[in-house]
Design a protein around this ligand. Structure first.
Ligand code: CTP
Length: 403
């Protein structure tokens, strides 16, 4: 499957003759499974029509801050555009656009979108050879590179001026190849399946009552989101939660009890390369679930017998072949020693310890404070961070230890 499949590519077109090649570029991106939206500088519309680009991209093409509608002006939201894309590709990038980008000179919608974009930005410069080689232009490109922009090279050959030399925009096929290479580098988990458990489990006592815990599922969701960002195909098996998972680009399997979670996990375990058990699974479940609501009585209640649930993680540890298996340990005393024991007992490649002694760690919070313990028992302690940042740290460790 192409790395571009399902990717949202925002294409910025500035006003150079190479703009006439962009409908083909859009076509090639769409052929690879990408969704494309186009933002143009006003000058670019002299070289290629917004209508052509709108037809090939099957999306509205924007080039001004406002669009006149029949009875009212519509504001084109550069912030929305900037946060929409997975990648912002600017091709062709003229000397003028490069300069405006480098100096935050926000004089058109494309530059405003660039300044608002949070995604990686790639540019394919195109200009005459002397303009390209000019120290002022080279300085702008170097400055953009320093700011994290991926500046693609130019091709050599005949130029619009009649001269010949370095300054041509790369051909659309080459731009697509380079974009894929860039995505491969920033998606180290491409082609890998990641299975994550999250949230609490609810063990039914009767039709209205259950044994549960305060896990919010947030840590597991942050892990799933980050794994997806790293290019993995993610399955998230999650217990009852209050989170909005509608925007999550991962397979979500909602479960209720430890038994449900066990079943769902084992179905996906063989196919996974990385498995992270972040769920707070109930250790005990009622032996029998009452068919009817238990009635109140004055007597002490002793008829709910609890039996152990399956330890899902331990079972995966016993069955694992090549999976990289990561568990969580929530401890209140003797934290490191208990976590090390769990890592060994469950045959894990790593365990993430959070201690309830830490005010910033634990259920229901937006922050977490972890210690990552690898297979050799080496531990790395992190400061308190948001769960999203913790997810990044965990995957950085996993990538370090998992070939
Ligand atoms: N776990 C699991 N299935 C269970 C219990 C726990 O998969 N039935 C996983 C959790 O998702 C976590 C790890 O095992 O990754 C450790 O869970 P934790 O509750 O800290 O430890 P337990 O093994 O349950 O032991 P204890 O409660 O005695 O600390």
């Amino acid at each position: 499957m192409s790395l571009l499949a399902g990717k949202k590519i925002l294409l910025g077109i500035s006003g150079g003759i190479a703009a006439y090649k962009t409908p083909l570029l859009v076509r090639l991106l769409i052929k690879q499974g990408a969704t494309v939206r186009v933002v143009m500088t006003p000058a670019a519309t002299d070289f290629v029509t917004p209508l052509t680009l709108s037809v090939v991209s099957q999306n509205e093409v924007l080039s001004t801050f406002t669009s006149p509608a029949t009875d009212h002006e519509v504001w084109n939201d550069h912030v929305e555009l900037g946060s929409w894309g997975d990648v912002f590709l600017i091709a062709p990038a003229t000397a003028n656009t490069l300069s405006a980008m480098a100096h935050a000179k926000c004089n058109n919608l494309l530059i405003a979108t660039y300044l608002s974009a949070r995604c990686p930005v790639l540019i394919a410069p195109a200009m005459d050879l002397d303009m390209y080689a000019h120290p002022a232009n080279q300085k702008n490109m170097a400055s953009l590179q320093e700011q994290g922009v991926e500046v693609l090279p130019v091709a050599s050959g005949p130029l619009a001026s009649g001269l010949s030399g370095a300054g041509r925009m790369l051909e659309p096929e080459e731009i697509v190849d380079r974009l894929q290479k860039f995505l491969r580098q920033s998606a180290p988990l491409h082609g890998q399946k990641v299975l994550i458990t999250a949230g609490p489990t609810y063990e039914a006592i009767d039709p209205v009552r259950f044994i549960g815990n305060h896990s919010s599922g947030r840590m597991g969701v942050a892990l799933a989101q980050h794994a997806q960002r790293l290019g993995a195909q993610v399955t998230l098996v999650i217990g009852p939660n209050q989170l909005d998972l509608s925007d999550l680009a991962v397979e979500v399997i909602p479960v209720v009890s430890a038994q449900d979670m066990h079943q769902a996990v084992m179905k996906h375990f063989d196919a996974a390369q990385i498995v992270i058990a972040a769920a707070a699974v109930a250790d005990y479940t009622p032996k029998h679930t009452f068919d009817q609501k238990i009635k109140k009585s004055a007597q002490a209640m002793t008829n709910v017998e609890l039996v152990p649930t399956v330890d899902i993680l331990a079972e995966m540890g016993a069955q694992k072949k090549n999976q990289f298996l990561v568990g969580f340990a929530l401890e209140t005393t003797d934290e490191l020693a208990h976590a090390q024991q769990k890592r060994k007992a469950k045959n894990l490649d790593a365990i993430v310890l959070n201690s309830l002694q830490d005010a910033e760690a634990g259920f229901g919070l937006k922050t977490n404070k972890i210690t990552y313990i690898d297979k050799k028992g080496n531990s790395t302690a992190f400061s308190a961070k948001t769960k999203e940042e913790v997810a990044e740290d965990i995957f950085a460790q996993i990538l370090k230890h998992h070939a």
